[in-house]
Write a protein that binds this ligand. Structure first.
Ligand code: FAD
Length: 596
């Protein structure tokens, strides 16, 4: 059974309590978003997600999307849900007020995104891609394009896509073939085939605005010859309303393992009219604005599914009766004890819980940095925030989505054989979670981005935006009677991360394959340290609250107990990751290709 109640108390904890000392807070431009307003936003979002999106999750998975005569239909109920969603302004929650958005903090927006992904990740892609396209257009489009397209996209009347992938060209965008020929009126004619385009065609909006990567006739080879174009499904008339059908159409939709209610389209562009966005040959730069925004969002998909999977597993393990507790019968009135009494089942539940709380703590930190990057009062604060976001984006994308799948798999395990049966609902979480490790750059590519680009950037300045607060916290709290032991664990993991960084920097300089072989382990190690830092801070806060005799003792005690589990059972992975990194590339690269 798919059940979900938004973890609002936990969300308030990461939003209002955990990160107040990170130097990213108190942003004047966001002062209108008072705690009362934020509270109301979160509660209303929870209602919409639980009452409207969740009931469509299973039916959308069963029904999927259909293509008939070039028209893609979303599953029953999606049109109405999208209407309720956009009428409530949820699509525009964090978008700029200048174009009709509500300008809410990302710190709030990311929590709402988590609820949307927990209740219906397929649905989340329709507004999600649009918001990414808006991010790119806001920065790179000229004023005419902005005026013509942004208000309708921000209102949700029109949606957006991101058209990069071609049959022979996925990770390596340098191979891209779609062409753009200049026309006489300043527009371009685009021709080429794209595959795997999310929301490329659907019935939720009156127009679809494709952001398409293509090559101009004089383009240099490789990634330095790619430009970005805006190509609408319908060309707007003089009043800005959709009129003539453009040469962009969906030729097929993919039949997928999961995410079935999201239309994944093969698109054909045949002399489709489009307009250049940004500078010629600099399209990747513009597209990366979109992809960076999307990557954090994809990480949140992992967290959302992880939370939904956890809640379903908790419900089931309290209900399912099998065997007796090893420490003696707990429910003599029943034929057997509920399986939640068994240590191995508790291990699975606590693993999911710790991953979810760890991810939420880290994402709330990154979200605050996203706000400070945009609205910070001082240039120094904006720079530090921007460095931190750049560093953590691949970690959020890859680690959260890996853990989303792990949690979904653990939920299936908690259900036993019933988890494998569709009716249980949890097998859908596994299928839906899997894609997030692949799109927006596979998780392997995220790890390479972290090691190859983000670590050496600005002589290690990005890295310092993370290392400094962690190191300061360790120094300040190592002797603290309440959390000193935990901080000693954080110190060990942090030293492993520092050691691994030095190894990668030294070996990677001489041999890039050393960095490549260490990248995935290194990303996980960094993510573990980020989580460990959040858990230690949470424990400090919770201990203080308990000492002061809070009325919420159960909530804060559970915070401390989850942190303890993380430190004792999950953080030790940092030691083995360090050893694997230290071992170097030898065993990976010496293996003969013909022996595979
Ligand atoms: C449901 C779905 C929705 C999607 N939505 C969109 C969308 O809206 N728009 C869009 O443009 N695309 C979209 N995609 C495409 C998606 O982004 C790509 O599938 C993804 O980027 C990987 O490309 P690929 O499938 O060609 O894999 P490949 O690039 O062929 O990679 C295969 C494997 O090799 C590894 N690999 C490749 N190159 C390297 C390297 N240099 N170093 C190390 N490892 C490497 C990869 O990590 C991966 O494990 C979607 C895909 C799916 C399935």
């Amino acid at each position: 059974m798919q059940i979900y109640t938004a973890p609002l108390r936990d969300m308030r904890f990461v939003l209002n309590e955990l990160h107040t000392d990170d130097g990213f807070g108190d942003i004047p431009a966001l002062a209108d978003f008072t705690p009362d307003l934020t509270e109301a936003v979160l509660s209303e979002a929870a209602k919409l997600c639980q009452d409207v999106l969740l009931p469509l999750n299973r039916s959308g998975d069963e029904e999927g999307c259909t293509l008939e005569n070039g028209v893609v239909r979303t599953p029953k109920g999606f049109i109405e849900a999208y209407k309720a969603f956009t009428e409530g302004g949820w699509n525009a929650l964090v978008l700029p007020p200048e174009w009709g958005g509500q300008g809410a903090p990302e710190a709030v927006g990311k929590l709402v995104e988590e609820m949307i992904c927990a209740t219906n990740v397929s649905f989340s892609l329709y507004p999600g891609l649009t918001n990414g396209a808006i991010a790119a257009l806001t920065v790179y489009a000229n004023d005419t394009l902005k005026q013509e397209y942004l208000p309708k996209m921000v209102s949700g009347e029109w949606s957006g896509t991101m058209c990069l992938t071609e049959p022979h060209c996925g990770t390596d965008l340098g191979l891209l073939r779609t062409r753009a020929e200049p026309g006489e009126d300043g527009s371009y004619k685009l021709s080429g085939a794209k595959i795997f385009i999310s929301a490329g065609e659907h019935d939720l909006t009156t127009n679809i605005v494709h952001l398409v990567l293509a090559r101009l006739p004089d383009a240099p080879k490789g990634v330095k010859g790619i430009s970005l174009f805006l190509v609408p499904k319908y060309l707007p008339d003089a009043d800005g309303n959709p009129s003539v059908r453009n040469g962009a159409r969906c030729t097929a939709i993919e039949h997928k393992m999961g995410l079935k209610a999201s239309a994944t389209c093969q698109m054909l562009f045949e002399d489709a009219k489009g307009w250049l966005v940004g500078e010629p040959h600099r399209g990747l730069e513009a597209m990366f604005t979109m992809m960076n925004a999307e990557r954090v969002g994809v990480g949140i998909q992992g967290l959302g599914i992880g939370e939904a999977a956890y809640q379903s597993a908790v419900w089931y393990t309290k209900d399912r009766l099998q065997g007796r507790s090893l420490s003696g019968t707990k429910h003599p009135d029943k034929p057997a004890d509920p399986i939640i009494v068994h240590p191995d089942v508790r291990r699975m539940l606590l693993t999911m819980r710790a991953w979810n709380e760890g991810c939420r703590g880290v994402s709330a930190w990154v979200a605050r940095a996203l706000d400070a990057e945009k609205h910070g009062a001082e240039p120094e604060q904006r720079q530090r925030a921007s460095d931190f976001v750049a560093l953590m984006t691949p970690v959020v994308k890859a680690m959260f989505t890996d853990l989303g799948l792990e949690s979904a798999s653990l939920a299936v395990q908690c259900y036993g054989g019933h988890g494998f049966i569709r009716e249980s609902g949890v097998e859908q979480y596994m299928r839906d979670a899997r894609i997030a490790m692949l799109y927006e750059g596979t998780n392997g590519i995220q790890a390479l981005d972290l090691v190859g680009r983000k670590l050496p950037a600005e002589m290690g300045r990005y890295l310092r935006s993370f290392f400094h607060p962690v190191s300061d916290f360790i120094d300040a709290n190592l002797e603290d009677p309440a959390i000193g032991k935990m901080v000693a664990g954080l110190k060990r993991a942090f030293e492993a991360l520092q050691g691994a960084t030095a190894i990668i920097a030294e070996r990677g300089m001489k041999d890039p394959e050393e960095g490549g072989a260490a990248a995935t382990d290194y990303l996980r190690l960094m993510g573990l340290v980020a989580m460990a830092y959040c858990f230690a801070k949470a424990t400090k806060l919770a201990s203080r609250e308990l000492m002061s005799g809070t009325g919420e003792a159960a909530f804060y005690k559970a915070k401390i107990d989850t942190a303890r589990f993380f430190y004792e059972k999950l953080l030790p992975q940092s030691a083995s990751l360090y050893l694997a990194i230290k071992a170097g590339k030898g065993s990976v690269m010496d293996f003969a290709e013909e022996a595979f």
